[in-house]
Design a protein around this ligand. Structure first.
Ligand code: CAA
Length: 258
């Protein structure tokens, strides 16, 4: 399928998806989120794809949901179409690793989309915020919940109530992003990080992702129980045997994704 609002680059087993509505600071229109969901569906099926990097451009990762497209929505239209849930949430169900590489603005739905990825790498220029309150609405793509889990109540509440943006350094300090990277190195570093993951055993990577995500869903003891069972199950894979034998034989493992 040809896409009008996203660009896709192939880098071996990594797909770099660029949000591409520069004229609107990559505002997340229904067409864009539909295309993103469609692309993720195809990556999920494609065994050649191991990792997805999601990015925008230097000025904006995404400045939020498209205000022009949603301003006239009625409650019934929003409710009946299950606005946001319908396409945006596809990435939260995506089983393979996703990395958000954020330059410039990640506001409102942009910040929320970045938080739906598995981790966020931020360029020095990155700015994160939940400014919906200025528009007479509230975060609608998980911002009030995910941001609070990332940064804690006090900062999340301040950001959601005042619309204050935080820069990359503050975002790193409060745990919203895993690393800050020089502006001109962001994509290179994000791709290198993705390649590192892509070279590992895919089923084991999926299990690792599933285990970490479980920490957000259940109590500590249930989470540890789940992790233990997944850990046990890795011993049923060829890749665990290969990984541990390669370590002992002082060679690089050759994973077969089995
Ligand atoms: N939706 C639609 N269009 C947007 C947009 C958005 N979220 N953000 C920016 N644009 C458009 C502007 O309307 C403008 O278009 P025109 O040239 O046609 O006027 C173009 O992008 C460039 O924007 P600005 O001229 O405003 O650029 P700036 O550099 O002066 O300001 C900014 C940058 C501070 C990010 C400002 O654009 C801004 O505040 N944007 C809106 C941010 C926002 O409120 N996001 C939350 C949206 S609601 C939401 O996301 C709900 C949810 O939780 C799902």
């Amino acid at each position: 399928m040809n896409y009008d609002n996203i660009l896709i680059e192939t880098h071996g087993k990594v797909r770099l998806v660029k949000l591409n509505r520069p004229q609107a600071l990559n505002a997340l229109s229904p067409e864009l989120t539909r295309e993103l969901a469609h692309a993720l569906d195809s990556f999920e099926q494609d065994t050649e794809v191991h990792v997805v990097v999601l990015t925008g451009n230097e000025k904006a990762f995404a400045a939020g949901a498209d205000i022009k497209a949603m301003k006239d929505l009625t409650y019934m239209q929003a409710y009946k179409s299950d606005f946001i849930t319908d396409t945006w949430e596809r990435i939260t169900k995506f089983r393979k690793p996703t990395i958000a590489a954020v330059s410039g603005y990640a506001l409102g739905g942009g910040c929320e989309l970045a938080m739906m990825c598995d981790f966020i790498l931020a360029a020095e220029s990155a700015k994160f915020g939940q400014p919906e309150i200025n528009l007479g609405t509230i975060p609608g793509a998980g911002g009030s919940q995910r941001l609070t889990r990332f940064v804690g109540k006090s900062k999340a509440m301040e950001m959601v109530l005042t619309a204050r943006m935080i820069d990359a350094q503050e975002a790193e300090r409060c745990g919203l992003v895993s690393r800050v990277i020089a502006n001109d190195k962001l994509i290179e570093e994000a791709l290198a990080t993705a390649q590192k993951i892509a070279a590992l055993s895919m089923p084991i990577v999926l299990m690792a992702k599933e285990a970490v995500n479980h920490a957000y869903e259940v109590s500590l003891s249930e989470g540890i129980h789940f992790e233990r069972r997944l850990f046990h199950s890795t011993f049923g894979t060829e890749d665990q045997k290969e990984g541990m034998n390669a370590f002992i034989e002082k060679r690089k493992p050759i994973f077969k994704n089995q």
